[in-house]
Design a protein around this ligand. Sequence first.
Ligand SMILES: Nc1nc2c(c(=O)[nH]1)N[C@H]1C(S)=C(S)[C@@H](COP(=O)(O)O)O[C@H]1N2
Ligand SMILES: [Mo]
Length: 198
Amino acid sequence: MLGKFFQKPSPPESDRVPPGQYLTNGFPIMTYGQAPPHLSRKEWKLKVWGLVPQPLMFTWDDVMTLPQQEFTADFHCVTRWSKLDVTWKGFRVVDLMKLVDLDPSAVHVMEHCLGGYTTNLPLADFLRPENFFAYELNGEPLPLEHGGPVRTVVPHLYAWKSAKWINGIEFLPKEQSGFWERNGYHGRGEPWTEERYS
Ligand SMILES: Nc1nc2c(c(=O)[nH]1)N[C@H]1C(S)=C(S)[C@@H](COP(=O)(O)O)O[C@H]1N2
Ligand SMILES: [Mo]
């Protein structure tokens, strides 16, 4: 898929592009199946369950009490396109986690999405300070096809770990596989070491 939209990285960008990846200026939409029905911000809810004292439910108003900020992150899809410097706005995973009394036996996380998509990652990868729940893209409300109203952005792993239409976080005592992970993708998905497939 080389040509107008996909370019070989040239210095100084090349040191930001993981091996086997090509740069794109567009922002391709990668959805397995169809986007779920549109949810307004007021309709959106985030459930947190698993290794917590009791399940929690966060609303839009709840998460708006957290610090909000714009952030810029590179985005690497395992199908070999990368997009540098995507501008989002949201709140940090670690700030939401200050409201969660996590059991020390939790070692793994499942992200659940409206529509049924799931993706898993180790707790330490989930708790990285650069991970966000995002609700704006380039200064506009996050479009439905990119995961609006709210998605996760986990910049240091391949983008299938950045869950669109996020509506649940489950804390687990051991690794469980999400949708693509059950279908051959890697449990962790680190782009610099090309953890593409298991
Ligand atoms: N709910 C959900 N989240 C998802 C996906 C999906 O199909 N459903 N695709 C993943 C993949 S493979 C990629 S590359 C990114 C793509 O995000 P984008 O469509 O905003 O570019 O979303 C990830 N999150
Ligand atoms: Mo992807």
